[in-house]
Design a protein around this ligand. Structure first.
Ligand SMILES: NC(=O)c1ccc[n+]([C@@H]2O[C@H](COP(=O)([O-])OP(=O)(O)OC[C@H]3O[C@@H](n4cnc5c(N)ncnc54)[C@H](O)[C@@H]3O)[C@@H](O)[C@H]2O)c1
Length: 389
């Protein structure tokens, strides 16, 4: 074993990605775990042939001399604190999205990374999906000219929505808002596709479905072929009834964004969708791209007489467009000293800033101007660690 991996947060995502990464090469091994929930620890220990040791705190794991890389997949509110402890202990860090749930925490993490000489990689899985790489490559090569306006959405199948509304993600102090927790990927994609970042944002949203008044939907829809209730079939730790009154996140939201590049966009999300989609309709000065990750379709048409749709479809068979596998491959290569994955602290911070600004626009019912916020975080965006360019 050349590279020891310590995993903090041993739930579904932590376990899956740590396994995918360590499977890439025999020189990579998961040697240590920390999770306060014994069910997650046991399930993760059972995943590996060489059973990793279990620490009693994230700090103890960070200090473990056999750990070179710390992978963090705990609740979002713990990401920054745990990443800071790992960087300060001299470890490289892979951290799941979002970077943090509060701007102060994200900036403190930036300071820790800047004073380190370590890698920091963030889990923006969709950046690694062939679907989005094809779209980005076409935009960058000028196939649709200058991007003028676009629509983006993420609508979730009802069981996926029920899962989120029934587990730790339903509370802002643990997960951040729904937009930050789930759609920070989409904001990151918008930054990437525009090569820019939002200048002004507005947002309208609400909690209209996952309330006690609508609990009868469970009975109305009925059970699946395995006898499981509607809204309760998504794999993972068993959560609460998704129709409880205690949650403080939204289940549908429509946002407006104007980018520094001049491009304008709408973003729409809904957690109880009859037709799940992760769709983009991008209009440029010379053409358009219409794409849906869930359906695996990408169409491009140049503006002109008699032009036809060019198909660039990628039918990767999962909701991340195969991005987990590619992320694991590129992360494993980085751990072994070959290259640096495409997304790190700067992308994580930019997405966090945009999501928090949209949350502020939503909470305060006004258009938020991001110029002062970008100015505030400019130093942090410049980079740090070993990935400083
Ligand atoms: N990149 C992606 O596409 C993607 C997909 C799903 C989840 N995620 C992210 O992965 C992380 C985990 O999500 P999940 O779906 O695996 O959730 P999960 O509920 O399956 O796992 C979360 C785990 O964190 C543990 N935990 C809670 N408090 C902790 C603490 N203080 N220290 C360490 N562990 C703690 C829980 O006990 C649980 O085992 C989240 O940050 C989520 O946003 C990313």
């Amino acid at each position: 074993m050349d590279v020891g991996i310590g995993l903090i947060g041993c739930g579904v995502m932590g376990r899956v990605l740590a396994k995918l990464v360590s499977n890439r090469d025999p020189r990579l091994a998961v040697v240590a775990l920390y999770d306060p929930d014994p069910r997650s620890v046991e399930a993760t220990r059972a995943t590996f042939d060489d059973v990793p040791r279990v620490h009693r705190s994230h700090q103890a794991l960070a200090q473990d001399p056999e750990v070179d890389w710390v992978m963090i997949a705990s609740w979002n509110c713990f990401h920054a604190e745990q990443a800071i402890a790992a960087l300060d202990a001299g470890k490289h860090v892979f951290c799941q999205k979002p970077l943090a749930t509060r701007l102060e925490d994200a900036l403190a993490l930036g300071e820790a990374w800047q004073r380190s000489d370590r890698h920091f990689v963030i889990g923006f899985t969709l950046r690694f999906a062939e679907h989005y790489r094809r779209i980005h490559e076409r935009i960058r090569s000028g196939a649709i000219g200058r991007l003028v306006s676009f629509e983006q959405n993420e609508t979730l199948e009802f069981n996926h929505g029920g899962y989120i509304m029934g587990d730790w993600r339903r509370l802002r102090h643990q997960a951040g808002t729904f937009l930050l927790e789930k759609c920070c990927h989409d904001l990151d994609l918008a930054h990437w596709m525009t090569g820019s970042r939002p200048r002004r944002v507005a947002s309208f949203g609400g909690l209209d479905v996952f309330t006690p008044q609508n609990e009868s939907l469970i009975e109305k829809i009925g059970r699946d072929e395995n006898g499981r209730d509607a809204y309760r079939t998504w794999p993972g730790l068993v959560g609460e009834n998704p129709f409880t009154a205690d949650k403080d996140i939204l289940d549908n939201q429509v946002a407006l964004l104007e980018f520094e590049s001049g491009a304008r966009a709408t973003f729409h999300t809904n957690c109880n969708a009859g037709i799940p989609e992760r769709r983009m309709l991008l209009n440029g000065t010379e053409g358009a791209i219409r794409a849906d990750l869930v359906a695996g379709t990408i169409e491009l048409r140049r503006i002109g007489f008699g032009t036809e749709n060019e198909r660039l479809d990628d039918t990767s068979p999962d909701l991340h467009g195969g991005g987990d596998l590619v992320l694991a491959e590129e992360l494993a290569a980085c751990m072994l000293g070959h290259g640096v994955p495409a997304v790190g602290f700067a992308e994580g911070l930019a997405s966090t800033v945009s999501c928090l600004a949209l949350d502020q626009a939503q909470d305060e019912g006004r258009v938020v101007d991001l110029a002062p916020i970008w100015q505030r975080v400019e130093g942090a965006l410049e980079g740090g660690g070993v990935d400083r360019s």
